[in-house]
Write a protein that binds this ligand. Structure first.
Ligand code: COI
Length: 354
């Protein structure tokens, strides 16, 4: 690794791990002993350091807080059947992170920092990777603007960080989803394809309204007609019809190019299914449901993994799915899990070792 990108190590004297119960650990609440930090100053990345997990201090005029130049990724590490720590498709997240950076007018992060830093950090904290079924180590790389300035312009300085969080299932039970009729997550030309913090901030009010009506999340629709389906709050979405599995296409730039979505498309095709990436409307779903042609619906995401949808609600219509009728998502989940845990060959080069 070249000169100032060398990763400085500043390890903690003692681990907090003995005091942590990893089984059934909730998503996103517990963090490992260490974190990675790097600064972008004077047009270059520097001060790359793995240090003890600790609070940050910052000036109240920090640019990220005011104008939202803030992006992130979600990746998972597992312990495989041979006891080795492995990461699932981190290079895909690395590429997407830098695409988000470009869209948000932020500097790209070099592979030496993102990938080598992540591997070193996980190596140091690898005892934190839970080994129980449906558990993993959630990896959260993120970058935010650090200029102390409240004029609207791109920041000249940034911080890139990686934190690690052992986790159990994100949703844990089949979900009731409200198809969004009022609010919009993304429109063509916007930032829907970028994994920037504001996309999630803007989703909270619609999600809370849906929750008050008995739903777990919303399924976003297009900005103009509120009928073309996009993605669910924290995951991409798939619909299993009698003759095809359909997932909304990426070409309008309004949904995330999910790494689990990509993996699901490949594995579903290996299962012999006809997968279509295309525009799909709620009207088509309702029609197919009424004819008995729509069998299953599920979401895919790093945090969500494969999450069953048991109901879709839209303008008084309720599409109810029997969670037992989940042959496709069940087999997909089993196949993806077997790849992650090294129980079958990784024919796609998705697994990265430390
Ligand atoms: C992920 O699946 O990694 C996500 O980023 C979703 C999340 C906001 C929990």
């Amino acid at each position: 690794m070249s000169g100032d990108l060398t990763i400085k190590l500043n390890k903690t004297a003692s681990s907090r791990l003995p005091g942590v119960e990893l089984k059934n650990i909730p998503f996103g609440k517990v963090f490992t002993d260490h974190m990675l930090v790097a600064d972008y100053i004077d047009g270059k990345w520097q001060n790359v350091e793995i240090t003890s997990y600790q609070p940050l201090t910052f000036d109240p005029s920090l640019a990220a807080i005011h104008y939202g130049q803030s992006i992130f990724e979600g990746i998972k590490a597992y312990v495989n059947a041979n006891g080795e720590a492995v990461i699932f498709r981190p290079l895909d997240n690395f590429a997407r992170f830098n695409q988000s950076a470009v869209r948000m007018q932020m500097p790209e992060v070099p592979e030496e920092i993102f990938m080598d830093g992540m591997k070193q950090l996980i190596t140091i904290d690898k005892n934190w990777i839970p080994t129980m079924e449906n558990h993993s180590l959630y990896i959260r790389p993120f970058m935010f603007a650090t200029d102390t300035f409240i004029g609207v312009r791109p920041s000249a300085t940034y911080k890139f960080m990686i934190i690690l969080s052992p986790t159990g299932p994100y949703y844990g039970k089949p979900m009731r989803i409200a198809v969004e009729e009022t609010y919009t997550r993304a429109a063509p030309g916007g930032v829907g394809q970028a994994k920037n913090a504001g996309n999630y901030g803007g989703s909270l009010k619609p999600a809370e309204d849906a929750r008050l009506n008995g739903y777990d999340q919303v399924l976003w629709t297009d900005a103009f007609e509120h009928k073309w389906l996009q993605e669910v709050g924290t995951m991409n979405v798939f619909f299993v019809f009698k003759n095809a599995v359909v997932t909304p296409s990426l070409e309008e730039g309004t949904i995330l190019d999910g790494v689990t979505r990509r993996s699901a498309i490949v594995v579903l095709r290996e299962m012999g299914l006809n997968v279509e990436e295309r525009r799909i409307s709620i009207d088509e779903l309702i029609d197919a449901y009424k004819k008995g042609d729509l069998i299953e619906a599920f979401g895919t995401g790093t945090a969500a993994t494969i999450s069953l949808i048991k109901e879709l609600g839209y303008k008084g219509e309720h599409l109810v799915f029997n969670p037992e009728n989940n042959q496709v998502s069940k087999e997909l989940n089993e196949r993806l899990t077997a790849i992650r845990l090294g129980e079958v060959a990784d024919n796609h080069g998705w697994i990265v070792r430390l």
